[in-house]
Design a protein around this ligand. Sequence first.
Ligand code: ADP
Length: 774
Amino acid sequence: MEDDIWVATSGDGLLHYNYTNRETHKITVESGLPSNYVNSVMYDNGYLWLGTENGLCRYNPADSTVHTYYSTLALSSASFNVNASCKLRNGELMWGTNNGAVMFNPDKLYHTQLNGQIYFQNINISGSSVRENQDLLRGIPVNKQTDISFKYDQNTLTLEVLPIGVSSKEIKFSWKMEGLDTEWSHPSSQQIITYTNIPNGNFRLKVRMYNNSLSQIVDERTLDIHVIPLYWQTWWFRLVIFIIIMSTTFFVLKFYINRLKQRHAEDKIRFFTNTAHDLRTSITLINAPIQELNKEEELSEKGHYYLNLAMEQSERLSNVATQLLDFQKVDMGKGQLFLVMVDIVNLVYRRKTMFKSTAGKKNVILEFVSNRESYMSAVDELKIEKVVDNLISNAIKYSHTNGRVELTLNCNEYYWSLEVRDYGLGISDNAQKKLFKEFYRGDNKVNSRMVGSGIGLLLVKNYVLMHEGKVSLESKENEGSLFKINIPYKEVVEVAPVEHEEPGNVTSADGLSDQSEYKQEDDRSGKRKSILIVDDNKDLRNFLKCSFENQYYILEAGNEAWELLQKESPELIISDVMMPDMDGFELCKLIKSTFETSHIPVILLTSLCDKSDQLEGLGLGAEDYITKPFDISLLEQRIKSLMRNREIVREKALKLIKPENDEQQVILANELNDQFVKKAVEVIHNNMQNLDFDKESFAMEMHVSGSLLYKKIKALTGQSPIDFIKSIRLNRALELLQSHKYTITEVSELCGYSSISYFSTVFKKYFGKSPTEV
Ligand code: ADP
């Protein structure tokens, strides 16, 4: 205390200077003084009593608090005179003021606690009072408001507060917006609290009312404030947008990566395919000499054994290459489905028999059980054969010696399923997941010593999927596996159900008789279809002839092929490209552009360096190309599928041949053939009611000979001219009947039938229903 000097100033409040540390500090209105004009100071009992222009106050140096005496009128309103104070002997203090002298005992001066409340006089939002907006008030008076909400664009708030129960002079206000401010505002007598640009969110405005000396918080109130953001400013909206952007980016990236991967995979597959193609050609060329060698009689037992081993391995390799080629077709979406009605029981049985010797080598017993003796369903025979082959060959391959493989066929009206069970190595759970997805090859003792590609099962899956079926697998390691395929029953209409009446059996009432004059041709080849092989190399011709003799009636020609074609009409032509006189391309062009021969399919045997796609580009119209040296089984497959395709094309043609189909629609790819069929249909339609219309008049109107008409119609539609006329007439009859506009008698006349009973018989035989039933 001795080091302190207290200086009263006029305008700067009370100054405090400390000798020792030479520090000065000010006590002013801010600290709670009634005025900065301090006119007299008196020390008493630890306190400094200050007479100011605006009343008396007591300052406590110990804790720097100021106490004022507003409630004592004489002390609060008087202006104290300069230096007019003294301490009396009895301890009382005496002061000179503009209102006479005041005298009091400092110890007995009454210390009052203020008692007042904060009153919310008004709330302005963006310049207008909430009183004008009843929605904001929600029926609550302004002073009672505890929380208030307004929109993001009304973000200026003004709160007017008033003290009640105390005089404004005695108090100070201070406030803090929680969430925005970090500190309380400096206490002041200001009664209007303003906040502008309040951000979105929830805040709490706290208002405090202090006494002047700030030693007492007289009252405190809060007002909760909610600034409602626009929906796009809300956190959930932003989250949703964020998620959408992230997921879109993710999917776009994924799509892009997938495309890259796919392109990469396609390149790879193309590379594999080309390699596989070359491999297979070479392997085929290796096989032939080995086979020849094997026939040598001087060869020792050991020699035969080694050769057999070599053959076995190279055949396996060749199978892998074939699988690879098949797979590429499916993968590129080029694998088409050629559905025909097939006896599934017979098919599985045949495949099982094929594996007898393979199973025999491991002493594996092959069993086949079926719940039906025969079951017809539409499938692509070659593909299903491959599916069955793959499953059986895997089952045998992964069986133990002396094992057993069970084939169970279950057929019903909705689907058929084939189970192939073995009791061999089995497949681990981990491997099962990968099996149908990748070119997966299990890690087992069989795979470690046998070639394979891991494509077999992928092919199985793809082929089954093409048939809209399912593949499933149950397996346990070291116990065995059960592969099951499930394929829905399907029906396709075979080539129109034409009844081939025995000659002379039914005497034709309409003058249409059977095709006896061409019967002889069919007899010559038995039931076999004829193939013409054109090649100047006699050895190759012989080789092909030997290979196909059992299945087809073979015609051969060297350079004189075209001459032969004037006489014969084979079902298919296989021609070499390289020939001295007329090469294969020229021959093919000639065949395809000549009306009499344009319907005959041609397979060209090309040399390795002619790329087949380039050949196709030449637009020669050949149905297929095979590069030499070729695998005879491949050629055989192509022949089969070409013949089968032709049946499908014929079927399609028959369906399309309807009068309402307009001229523009192309029924057959070859223009000559297309025009021919269209013309034929037109001629028959023009002669619909003509009772005397027979095959001779048909041929005449078509400007061709009877035999050529037969050949062409048969080749293009699978029917004889008479049957063709009949099916068109009957289809027309069916249409007329279904239109309900004509009686049966009228229909029979309109379609060229002289007697109703004959019409009914023929109709019923063709459609399975009598005209009356229809
Ligand atoms: P590959 O037999 O040429 O390896 P597949 O696609 O036919 O190719 O089979 C893929 C893999 O699936 C095989 O490597 C083998 O590990 C496993 N696998 C297939 N069938 C069976 C089976 N019946 N028993 C055990 N493992 C099998």
